[in-house]
Ligand binder design. Sequence first.
Ligand SMILES: CC(C)(COP(=O)(O)OP(=O)(O)OC[C@H]1O[C@@H](n2cnc3c(N)ncnc32)[C@H](O)[C@@H]1OP(=O)(O)O)[C@@H](O)C(=O)NCCC(=O)NCCS
Length: 182
Amino acid sequence: MRIVDLDPSDEAARRRCAELLVAGFREMSPGHWGEVSDGLEEIEECLDLGPVKVAIDDGTIAGWVGVRPSYAKVWELHPLVVDPALHRRGIGRALVDDICAVAASHGALTVTLGTDDEPGWTSLAGLDLYPDPIAQLAKIEDVRGHPFVFYLKCGFSVTGVTPDANGFGKPDIHMSKRVSGP
Ligand SMILES: CC(C)(COP(=O)(O)OP(=O)(O)OC[C@H]1O[C@@H](n2cnc3c(N)ncnc32)[C@H](O)[C@@H]1OP(=O)(O)O)[C@@H](O)C(=O)NCCC(=O)NCCS
């Protein structure tokens, strides 16, 4: 497996990335990238805003990740997806490590991201997080393989929450990782 830049002129590669978004987020965020055309729009935006890296496995794109500037010294990872048939083989971690190094090479101190809990895969699901969302967040637990655990394993820390981001009791969990020294 190797990680390379997505060639913006490679239409087939862009389509494969769009298909991965649709397949990869079907359970996690149903409706977010419902059609390949939605995925193609996302890739267009990612290529406009920052670097996009793809993991090539056996000659095929197995996953991809984008990153973009967000604050002066903070870049946002968005999105990340691995072919559902190839999960738990280290591809996601390799993409995260690569894109964090890319952000650091552009001067980022931190890479941040949001990981939604739309399907109810964490203990925050269905809760009214007010009046103290941080207290609720401090008790977060995985219920059904939510990717925040994957990001913890990649060295990210839970740094915040947006209550009701996707409807009542469907929060967005914020995570960050230091990628270069102060
Ligand atoms: C999240 C995702 C990118 C992980 O990719 P992956 O290639 O399967 O992850 P890796 O194999 O590199 O896993 C690295 C570590 O995280 C663990 N891990 C991966 N997914 C996990 C999950 N959902 N829950 C708990 N742990 C997980 C792995 O077991 C591995 O642990 P280890 O270091 O103890 O061996 C992939 O599941 C995916 O594309 N999901 C759908 C889209 C998505 O959720 N994207 C992120 C949302 S913002």
